[in-house]
Design a protein around this ligand. Structure first.
Ligand code: ADP
Ligand code: MG
Length: 238
């Protein structure tokens, strides 16, 4: 079980307020997509949820427990970024198992977890390869594999597909949807791609200038955008 609650979250960088009081509930196993223009605070919000950025005000809770003061490694979350830097000198297997090694998980158990993730991501035959011998899509799957091995209750994806070409993005979208079903995990996904948002989300959160403009299912936002901005962003005819 993993429900995420944000209560009046604020983030200041110096004199600039970039997140201006965000309330949000992400239910267990929900696939929630954050959309909004560049600079609206999507990555900052994700980094705050992940614990990589402090919270100026407000509470972040998982299953009702406030986690503001819990370190990133202990929040039960895993984040996949746009720039999925893999360690070039390590094999796929070692890249995927690296965080487990840091956590002092024994070799046999590490291998078991990496193999299970590799199976889900269809990377079983590539475990000995170095990243340079992989395609863009395969590398991105390794990055997702690094997250899966930690068995997180919540996955955070920050524009994970934006470096991939269009055809690969379509394929990865399908794979991520399958992953969501298979892992029964809660997923929060940032994109500025309308189609990604409309096809993948249970719930879309439209952000602008550090505030939530509207929250709803893709169909709710499409048919009942609250304003012109939301309509434009969702591609609604209104
Ligand atoms: P998005 O991911 O939606 O494009 P970001 O969350 O990266 O937006 O950025 C939101 C705003 O916060 C931007 O104006 C950005 O310049 C600013 N910002 C992000 N990180 C920092 C930082 N570490 N210090 C100062 N300003 C920052
Ligand atoms: Mg960003």
């Amino acid at each position: 079980m993993a429900t995420l609650q944000l209560d009046n979250i604020v983030k200041d960088f110096g004199d600039t307020q970039v997140i201006k009081g965000i309330d949000l509930e992400v239910k267990d196993r929900e696939f929630v997509v954050f959309v909004g223009p560049s600079g609206c605070g999507k990555s900052t919000l994700m980094r705050m949820i992940a614990g990589l950025e402090s919270t100026t005000r407000g509470d972040i809770s998982i299953d009702g427990v406030r986690i503001n003061d819990v370190g990133p490694a202990d929040r039960g979350l895993a984040m996949v970024f746009q720039s999925y830097a893999l360690y070039p000198h390590m094999s796929v297997e070692d890249n995927m198992g690296f965080s487990l090694r840091l956590a002092k998980v024994k070799k046999a158990e590490r291998r078991e977890k990496v193999l299970a993730a590799a199976r889900i991501l269809q990377l079983e035959n590539l475990l000995d390869r170095k990243p340079r011998a992989l395609s863009g899509g395969q590398r991105q799957r390794v990055a997702i594999g690094r997250a899966i091995v930690r068995n997180p209750s919540i996955f955070l994806f920050d524009e994970p597909l934006s470096n991939l070409d269009a055809a690969l993005r379509v394929q990865m979208r399908i794979e991520l949807a399958r992953l969501h079903d298979e892992l029964d995990a809660t997923m929060i996904y940032v994109t500025h791609d309308q189609i990604e948002a409309m096809t993948m989300a249970d719930k879309i959160v439209v952000l602008q200038g550090g505030v939530v403009e509207q929250i709803g299912s893709p169909m709710e936002l499409y048919h009942h955008p609250r304003n012109r901005f939301v309509a434009g962003f969702i591609g609604s005819p209104k």
